[in-house]
Design a protein around this ligand. Structure first.
Ligand code: NAP
Length: 344
């Protein structure tokens, strides 16, 4: 059985990674379509050894497509996902447009794969935010063992999480600093080169940013509505790879050694935790990898049943493209979708 797949946003950071992962994982494709805006009509993108020419989303016929991997931002998704889903094509969306809709499952296959069955209500499945994704992969096995009450997380998020223009801005600013040129700030509210910005997405009324709110709402929807979470989300001058310093308070006792053992055998997790210089994972080392890496696991004696840890993952892979493809694989494995159409 093979499937017709469309990647919307194929010229973007996440879309390009989707095409590469579809090819790497030998996803059973019959035809793959690369779609973007009209601006990119005819632009070539790689799919394994092949080259695809981008087509315009606005004029593409989805009636023969089985999966649409959507990665073109919230407003494009709001407009197009229902139209595409209405053609009988399952949309797996990367933006925040559908994540909080009760009729749209928000899925991380290692955590809540069973919820995927609810996709048929709208034919849309949402992919969580990149910072939530790696967090819940690491929290789930610990929650199963000792029941999480509260999480305090500080993120260190790479610029690729804000799209290809954001990567260009870090690159340009860094070069400008070395060549004593003026620094131009467009994508971020302040200079990002050799700096940190404690704001991701817009401010909300309570003083938190929307990125911080997303981590709360999404962790509750995916893992457990009873978990209390507070986040501080920070943009850092790293190109790819998000990191998180996480403090967890549990209902029941759990030692650092127990947590290490549990996470070692947990799906999607790799523990690298040697108590010596370099015995941990940094974002640079996570690039191009599928795993969520957990390091620096310690008991937190300032609370009852507390642990502290460091969690790192490639935000373009597990944080976005890989998870979307794992969702599609999950639908196929559970026989929730059949390839019902001939190639376009
Ligand atoms: N980067 C991450 O870590 C990450 C993680 C999770 C979720 N996401 C989400 O994934 C989405 C894409 O992120 P990204 O980082 O790949 O962004 P990006 O690098 O800026 O790419 C955006 C893509 O969307 C396309 N696009 C924009 N307007 C369009 C339109 N009107 N019609 C069709 N295509 C259009 C662009 O095509 P053109 O080249 O033709 O403009 C481009 O292919 C966003 O919703 C983002 O929030 C990103």
């Amino acid at each position: 059985m093979s499937y017709n797949v469309a990647v919307v946003g194929a010229t973007g950071n996440v879309g390009r990674e989707m095409l590469s992962i579809l090819s790497e994982r030998l996803f059973p494709t019959k035809e793959v379509h690369a779609l973007a805006s009209r601006r990119s009509n005819g632009v070539e993108v790689s799919f394994g050894d092949a080259t695809l020419k981008c087509k315009d989303l606005a004029t593409f016929d989805f009636s023969k497509v089985d999966f649409c991997l959507m990665s073109a931002g919230g407003s494009v998704s709001k407009e197009w996902s229902p139209k595409i889903a209405g053609k009988g094509c399952v949309v797996i969306d990367n933006s925040s447009a559908w994540r909080y809709d009760q009729d749209v499952p928000l899925i991380v296959p290692e955590v809540n794969a069973d919820a995927v069955a609810g996709y048929a209500k709208k034919n849309i499945i949402a992919n969580p935010n990149c910072s939530t994704m790696q967090l819940v992969v690491a929290l789930k096995p610990l929650h199963d063992r000792a029941t999480i009450k509260r999480v305090v997380v500080a993120t260190y998020q790479s610029v690729s999480g804000a799209g290809k223009d954001a990567m260009d801005e870090l690159d340009r600013q860094t070069k400008a600093i070395y060549s004593l040129q003026d620094i131009e700030t467009k994508k971020f509210p302040k200079r990002i080169a050799f700096n940190l910005i404690p704001q991701i997405d817009v401010f909300m009324e309570d003083g938190y940013t929307r990125e911080e709110w997303k981590m709360v709402a999404e962790t509750k929807k995916i893992l457990d509505p009873k978990i209390r979470l507070v986040a501080t989300c920070v943009r850092v001058p790293v190109f790819i790879g998000h990191s998180e310093a996480v403090n967890i308070e549990f209902e029941n006792p759990i030692t650092a050694d127990e947590a290490r053992d549990i996470l070692r055998s947990a799906p999607g997790c790799i523990v690298i935790d040697a108590h010596e210089p370099g015995g941990y994972v940094t974002p640079y080392e996570s690039v191009g990898e599928d795993a969520t890496y957990i390091s620096r696991i310690r008991e937190d004696a300032t609370v009852e049943n507390g642990l502290a840890m460091w969690v790192v993952s490639d935000n373009l892979r597990k944080g976005a493209a890989l998870n979307a493809i794992q969702i599609a694989e999950c639908l196929i494995a559970r026989k929730l979708i059949t390839a019902k159409r001939k190639a376009a």
